[in-house]
Design a protein around this ligand. Structure first.
Ligand code: 5GP
Length: 218
């Protein structure tokens, strides 16, 4: 499981989407939220948009592995998203705020936490304004939260500065590739001279992070 976090406007969703577009063996977890749907967002594809009451019901039924208040709305990761990620044999991305990222790392220490940082505070402000999806009060709140969230980078396994989208995507791909080659993920039972073993070392499970030829991401 790969957890991507960044302050609002840091670019984590764009980075995740680019990776999903390039790698068939990557999937993204769909979170549940009480926030209103933005123009262009699809129910069940970007989020599961629910009412306050529906969200509370899911809390009561213990359907979440984690949930948090972010910018005045509730957001949560469903247990079934994690089960699917663990059983699906694919690289699963979770795009979460820092509270969610830290909670997931505690529950699943083998997950990989990547913090996507904007190149500067000035650039972060510009990106939030350019995005223009929030009214001015909500944007101010998001900026205030973003400036607090930035300090959590040190709790993450990796930090990637998102100056250039292509480079950022490449960095995330490189992190995943390196993670898959870690000795702890190596399946030694499948490599050797015994019957049924091959001479080819393979990572555990069926997960392979295949690289596709470089394409223009613009
Ligand atoms: P947005 O409203 O811009 O889509 O998301 C606001 C923030 O909520 C982002 O930082 C996003 O990553 C975070 N978020 C989305 N889904 C979840 C979730 O399931 N859990 C947590 N803790 N944060 C989430």
């Amino acid at each position: 499981m790969v957890i991507l976090s960044s302050p609002s406007g840091g670019g984590k969703t764009t980075v995740c989407e680019k990776i999903l577009g390039r790698h068939k063996d990557c999937v993204r977890s769909i979170s549940v939220t009480t926030r209103k749907r933005r123009k262009g967002e699809r129910q069940g594809q970007d989020y599961l948009f629910v009412t306050e009451e529906e969200f509370k019901q899911k809390i009561r039924r213990r359907e979440f592995v984690e949930w948090a208040w972010v910018h005045g709305h509730r957001y949560g990761t469903l247990k079934r998203s994690v089960t699917r990620a663990q059983e699906g044999g694919k690289v699963a991305f979770f795009v979460l705020d820092v509270q969610g990222g830290i909670a997931m790392k505690k529950l699943y220490p083998q997950s990989v936490l990547i913090f996507v940082l904007p190149p500067s505070v000035g650039e972060l402000k510009r990106r939030l304004i350019r995005r223009g999806t929030e009214d001015s009060q909500e944007m101010k709140d998001r900026l205030r939260t973003a400036l607090k969230e930035i300090h959590f980078w040190s709790k993450y396994d990796y930090v990637v500065i998102n100056k250039n989208l292509e480079q950022t995507v490449r960095s995330v791909e490189t992190i995943i590739q390196a993670e898959e080659l870690k000795a702890g993920r190596f399946d030694h039972t499948r490599w050797g001279e015994k019957k049924g073993q091959t001479q080819r070392p393979r990572p555990k499970g069926r997960r392979f992070f295949r690289f596709v030829p470089k394409r223009d991401l613009a």
